[in-house]
Design a binder for this molecule. Structure first.
Ligand code: ARG
Ligand code: ZN
Length: 878
């Protein structure tokens, strides 16, 4: 919908719906351009709603073809219908049936919301407000109904017909080439969980028996011919189902669970009841086409959508302000699953890297908002890292504070009490207050206050008294609409390490048995007794809270932690902190001595020799320097991306040169011999090998190019092939261009692999990249209609190539603006998402800042912006 002024929706204005819908019968006759939908709704007044209210149904681009009430056509004078809604001013104040016939055009639906076509197949996406694009409806999550769906289609065009719930009936329509299927979902659900699919699809499936003995048919549907690439997703689904039974006691509740992969999708996937629809990028995998990272993402997203069956579907959200209630909780659950299936510390580091890169940057930008926002203009713009990732951190902190056993009891109470309801964040917290007897009102600030708190810590050792005191202060920066912040309740998991590396058994009455101190005032301190020597504090172990930390430790002390801390996360963090200090100094022209650099590279050398092979996945993380965007975030003002790039390249060169012999040895030692397996240990070995290759190339271009070229030619899987190609892209010249061409020819019929090829070229850190990206926009495999293609080429350039997107001449900004405006005509959600690449504009140095501001202003003044884009551009400029 495009309007000049879009209204602000506020949490405080929430009102129960004046009507409820108990049952929905849908009859959908699929046709490429004129699909007919007949919706029969069993309505009744809501005793909790306004008694005299009109019936106002939402609609969006639907054509009304017929309307009757209890079987009689409603006279034209008694209702008002437009593409945006249908109002009956004087509806009956008793139960009644409304029958609505609409016509929609799935082929013309380029927004990918509602019913649309992808590679000829019919599919739907209804979250957040897509159901109103299928029929007029009370399209809000607190209106929950039981659905029966009849789907009819051409047998040739759509031999497979899928709906929510259980299959009831199917058959041919005599004398025609059409057939139908009827699906019934006994669980009341909001409209955003509705889905249907019709198309030509292949499948893999298996039977599953739940813990109480219910037999369930599992299936994954994909493009015919790609069935074997769905095996890993199916396996991940089965493991997710078992895990949710074991860890949360949650069982599946229908006869079938179906997953469908489609190639045109705005997000990752969608948890429609019993019929998850996925971006095929998160389903399809084979060693030849998918990287280790792809396998890990597939496992996580399959689990995420499955876990929504309880955290989202059985218990849904009262309104969209409560989005974190299902998303934050479900991300927490999928992270726990991946941690159990893989390496917990390694996974934790990966989570925190994403959190910092995406959420901390959002929280520091004009788009900052609370995990539970209090207002929005376009809800699709709030499917953010803050709602998802910071939302998950809140759940994790809650568990840290109350402990594992009470956390599980609280979750059980929440699920049992709220089952079948549309709940709020308050309902969630209430369950934990009840099982623990704790007041969680202070903790709930995490949902309400935006911004990343900064915790400053100072340690003081008193040798005579054998005590060690830690002084803490906390402050949360101002964010849009929130100039002043209250102190937060911050769990600090901590311990002390002796300067020689031994753990110190210490005690403080402020630290609980799990080693956690709760900082809930603006400043506080705690004292450890019986401390025999000056210790090194290890704070925020496991990243126990989503905060930034300032700690007065020397590099030498941090490097003690890298070597000796019992907490793997803090070992990694220590190396990162030392590297970050050097990178910031190098980027801003501050003094860096040779000894500073050799201090780090010598510590890494020791780490490489002693530890790297014991846990290669962890070692790969330790040996990866903070990204250019991380460094920019740390500098935070007057950022010069060129200087950052230079600094990082230089430090990488130094570390690589100092360790080149050992790195080369790793590269030979860790070569994959046997057949490919996506398990975490094998992936870890490949990760270390490829980090080694990258460091070698940073130090010695000729050796790097030779090894990368060899690896490229002999690689037995996509992980190794892509990693070597990625190293080659850092080395300008014929070898690079030759490898790029070879790669695109080899994978010409593999859109998901070509996405990697587009992305790799868009992230080349060189002057010529913008021209290259513009050229690739004309590549036959590129399409502005396909979100995966646009994100891989344009999204990667804008979000993962800080240096070239933020060119000093503003050409990167102008390019993105042009694509955003083009995409906005077709797919506003995609356009708005791309536009968030500007969110860091205020921290750039002046020339860039001015270019960015002018570009944003020009976008804002453009006529006919979608609500999605106008919301992002206006908030970015505020
Ligand atoms: N609920 C989906 C998920 O699990 C996200 C769907 C969001 N879609 C959208 N168009 N806003 O994460
Ligand atoms: Zn989700």
């Amino acid at each position: 919908m495009r309007t000049e002024t879009t209204p602000v929706i506020r949490l405080e204005d929430y009102q129960p719906s004046p009507f409820v819908i108990e049952r929905v019968e849908l009859d959908v006759r699929l046709h490429p351009t004129t699909t007919r939908v007949t919706a029969t709704l069993a309505l009744k007044p809501n005793p909790k709603g306004r008694p005299d209210a009109p019936l106002v149904l939402d609609g969006d681009e639907v054509n009304l073809k017929g309307l009757s009430l209890d079987g009689r056509a409603i006279p034209a004078a008694e209702f008002e219908a437009s593409a945006q809604g249908l109002t009956i001013a004087q509806p009956p104040r008793r139960p009644f049936t409304l029958t609505i016939e609409t016509e929609i055009d799935p082929t013309a639906n380029t927004q990918l919301m509602g019913l649309y076509r992808s590679s000829g197949n019919y599919c739907t996406q209804c979250e957040a407000e897509g159901f109103r694009r299928i029929t007029y409806f009370l399209d809000r999550p607190d209106v929950m109904a039981v659905y029966t769906t009849r789907i009819e289609a051409d047998r040739d065009e759509a031999p497979v017909l899928l709906g929510n719930g259980n299959p009831v009936e199917a058959g041919n329509i005599a004398g025609t080439n059409r057939h139908y299927a009827v699906w019934h979902d006994p669980h009341p659900k909001p409209a955003y969980l509705f889905a249907l699919v019709g198309g030509r699809l292949g499948k893999v499936g298996k039977d599953f028996t739940t813990m109480s003995g219910r037999k369930v048919k599992l299936a994954v549907y994909v493009e015919p011919g790609k069935e074997e690439r769905a095996a890993y997703a199916l396996d991940a689904l089965e493991r997710s189902m078992r895990w949710d039974e074991r860890v949360f006691g949650r069982e599946y509740d229908l006869d079938e669970f179906n997953i469908v992969a489609v190639s045109d999708f705005n997000m990752g996937a969608m948890e429609n009841k019993g019929l998850n629809i996925f971006n095929d990028k998160y389903v399809l995998a084979s060693p030849e086409t998918a990287t280790d990272m792809d396998y890990a993402n597939i496992e996580a997203i399959i689990a995420h959508e499955y876990f929504h069956n309880w955290s989202g579907n059985r218990v849904t959200c009262r309104d969209w302000f409560q989005l974190c209630l299902k998303e934050g909780l479900t991300v927490f659950r999928d992270q726990e699953f991946s941690s159990d299936e893989r390496s917990r510390p390694v996974h934790r580091i990966a989570e925190v890297k994403t959190l910092r890169a995406r959420q901390f940057s959002e929280d520091a930008s004009p788009l900052a908002h609370p995990v539970r926002p209090t207002q929005y203009r376009e809800i699709n713009n709030f499917y953010t890292a803050t709602v998802y990732e910071k939302g998950a951190e809140i759940v994790r902190m809650l568990k840290t504070i109350i402990g594992e056993a009470d956390f599980r009891r609280g979750m059980d109470l929440y699920f049992d009490r709220c089952d079948g309801t549309a709940a709020t964040v308050e309902d969630f917290l209430q369950a934990f207050s009840e099982v623990t007897g704790r007041d969680l009102s202070h903790f709930s600030h995490w949902y309400a206050q935006a911004g990343t708190p900064r915790v400053t810590i100072k340690g003081t050792y008193d040798e005579a008294a054998q005590t060690y005191r830690l002084d803490f202060t906390q402050a949360t920066p101002a964010t849009p609409g929130q100039p002043n912040k209250e102190p937060m309740a911050i769990p600090v998991a901590l311990g002390l390490v002796a300067q020689d590396g031994r753990p110190l058994a210490t005690s403080s009455d402020r630290v609980n048995a799990q080693g956690v101190f709760i900082l809930d005032k603006a400043s506080d301190s705690l004292t450890f007794t019986n401390v025999p020597s000056h210790p090194v504090p290890s704070v925020f172990r496991g990243f126990s809270a989503p905060v930034k930390t300032s700690l007065d430790l020397s590099n030498t002390e941090l490097l003690v932690l890298l070597r000796h801390d019992s907490d793997a996360f803090n070992r990694w963090q220590a190396a990162q902190t030392v590297a970050m200090r050097l990178l910031v100094a190098l980027s801003t022209g501050a003094a860096v001595t040779d000894a500073d650099i050799t201090g780090l590279s010598a510590a890494l050398e020791m780490f490489i020799e002693d530890d790297a092979m014991r846990d290669p996945a962890f070692a790969a993380l330790v040996l990866t320097l903070p990204s250019e965007a991380d460094i920019a975030q740390e500098i935070a003002a007057d950022v010069d991306p060129d200087a950052i790039h230079k600094a990082r390249t230089e430090l990488k060169r130094r570390i690589g040169s100092a360790n080149i012999g050992q790195l080369w040895e790793f590269h030979q030692l860790l070569a994959d011999l046997g057949p490919y397996s996506p398990d975490a240990a094998s992936a870890g070995r490949r990760a270390l090998r490829n980090v080694a290759l990258d460091l070698i190339a940073g130090a010695d271009k000729r050796l790097g190019e030779r090894l990368a070229r060899e690896q490229f030619d002999t690689a037995g899987n996509m992980t190794d092939r892509l990693a070597s190609l990625s190293v080659l892209t850092t080395l300008p010249g014929a070898a690079r261009e030759g490898a790029l061409t070879q790669f695109s020819e080899r994978y010409r019929d593999e859109p998901l692999v070509l996405d990697k090829w587009f992305a790799l070229q868009a992230t080349i850190l060189e002057e010529g990249t913008l021209e290259r990206v513009k050229g690739l926009m004309n590549h036959p495999a590129f399409s502005i209609n396909n979100p995966n293609r646009v994100r891989s080429l344009v999204g990667s350039f804008a979000m993962a190539n800080q240096m070239q997107f933020n060119r000093a001449d503003g050409a990167g900004y102008a390019f993105l603006a042009e694509i955003v405006l083009r995409a906005d005509e077709l797919n506003p959600q995609l356009a708005a998402r791309l536009l968030t690449a500007f969110s860091a504009w205020r921290m750039m140095e002046e020339t860039r800042r001015k270019h960015a501001q002018q570009t944003l202003q020009a976008i804002a003044e453009h006529p006919n912006l979608s609500r999605d884009v106008s919301d992002i551009v206006n908030r970015s400029l505020e």
